[in-house]
Design a protein around this ligand. Structure first.
Ligand SMILES: [Zn+2]
Length: 356
């Protein structure tokens, strides 16, 4: 990286493990510092209080002011990082864009929009999914949530623990703005002399927004295609019969057709070049999981029993919660494509078996 006198650094490309990454993993900008990855596009690495300890946020500079792309979770630390960075840039904030509904992406949207009196831009499904997911559920019938965990093979006590524990997730999100501006696939946003085409994808979340600038060969990728980790493709209690892996494979097909020298600005890890290579890797990762499940389910097994086939480490708490969701996404995919049958056992769990 090259350091400029105003504290903003510039990124340099280096090659590593089949991808061109920028900058090296040893020289990512410290939290609170801005790195200009292309002219007028600033990368901000915001700390997160999770195992995944950061999110990459981007600031797009326009003549009129700044668009903030994703927000970080609700915390005093995130707010102070935002204040510090925006003071460095010395331009007014004119809009907040959230790629999708997850707390690290829209957790501070309500605060930022209110603090700077600007609109929130989101796709419709993401806005409404966030609005319902983080809304209080006091008095609601939680038996469907219990069923989700019982069907996975958990005991009733274990299932109840997950149903009771919503707080860590919901507290990470400030109340969302009560109005938003809708991003639709095919829209073009003109920001800072660049035309950004709105692309939307399922799989990781219902209508995840990516922004693609064809002329500059830039893709703001959100969580859809991350360089070193695989985005969670999960089936959750809100839609237990969903088949997001099919949507995710479709998104990889589309993204792999973009020019391979596109600079991808992802929400985690570091910016990279090598979209086609990475789409293939991600597809292979999920195909490997599908093959393991198909082989393991020769006799009827529950989702919980499949976990050691998919993950080497011991899973508890939040890790198990997300692993179950991802495992179910793969089982549902195999169920819908006719590879696995599914029967309900006397204990309420589903048992999956490979169809001969
Ligand atoms: Zn996400």
């Amino acid at each position: 990286m090259q350091r400029r006198s105003n504290g903003i650094v510039h990124a340099l490309l280096i090659r590593k493990e089949g991808l061109m990454i920028t900058p090296s993993t040893h020289s990512v900008p410290p939290s609170g510092e801005l790195c200009e990855v292309a002219s007028g596009i600033y990368w901000l690495r915001m700390p997160l209080p999770f195992a995944l300890d950061h999110i990459n946020l981007y600031i797009l500079e326009d003549e009129q002011g700044l668009y903030l792309l994703d927000t970080g979770v609700q915390s005093s630390q995130s707010k102070s990082v935002w204040r510090q960075c925006l003071a460095t840039l010395q331009k007014p904030v004119i809009g907040v864009i959230a790629t999708h509904m997850h707390p690290d992406h829209c957790g501070l949207a309500g605060w930022l929009c209110s603090e700077y009196n600007v609109p929130l831009w989101m796709s419709a499904l993401e806005y409404y999914a966030a609005s319902t997911t983080f809304a209080p559920t006091t008095g609601a019938d939680t038996s469907v949530e219990m069923n989700y965990f019982i069907q996975a093979g958990l005991t009733a006590d274990h299932a109840q623990q997950y149903v009771n524990d919503r707080t860590s997730y919901t507290q990470a999100v400030a109340p969302l703005p009560l109005a938003y501006r809708r991003l639709v696939k095919g829209n073009v946003l003109s920001i800072g002399g660049r035309d950004w085409q709105v692309l939307t994808f399922g799989g990781h979340s219902p209508e995840h927004v990516c922004l693609y600038c064809a002329e500059g060969k830039l893709l703001i990728g959100g969580d859809q295609v991350l360089p070193y980790i695989s985005p969670n493709i999960g089936v959750y209690s809100r839609e237990p019969e969903a088949n997001p892996l099919a949507d995710y494979f479709a998104s990889l097909d589309t993204l792999a057709k973009l020019p391979d020298d596109t600079l991808v600005l992802p929400s985690h890890n570091v910016p990279y070049v090598g979209l086609n290579f990475r789409c293939n890797e991600l597809r292979e990762h999920h195909n490997t999981m599908l093959v393991r499940l198909e082989q393991f389910c020769q006799s009827p097994v529950s989702l919980l029993a499949c976990m050691p086939q998919l993950y080497e480490r011991k899973l508890t708490g939040q890790l198990l919660f997300f692993a179950l969701a991802e495992g179910l996404a793969h089982l549902n995919y195999l169920h819908y494509n006719g590879t696995l049958s599914r029967q309900k056992n006397t204990d309420g769990s589903y048992r999956y078996q490979t169809i001969a």
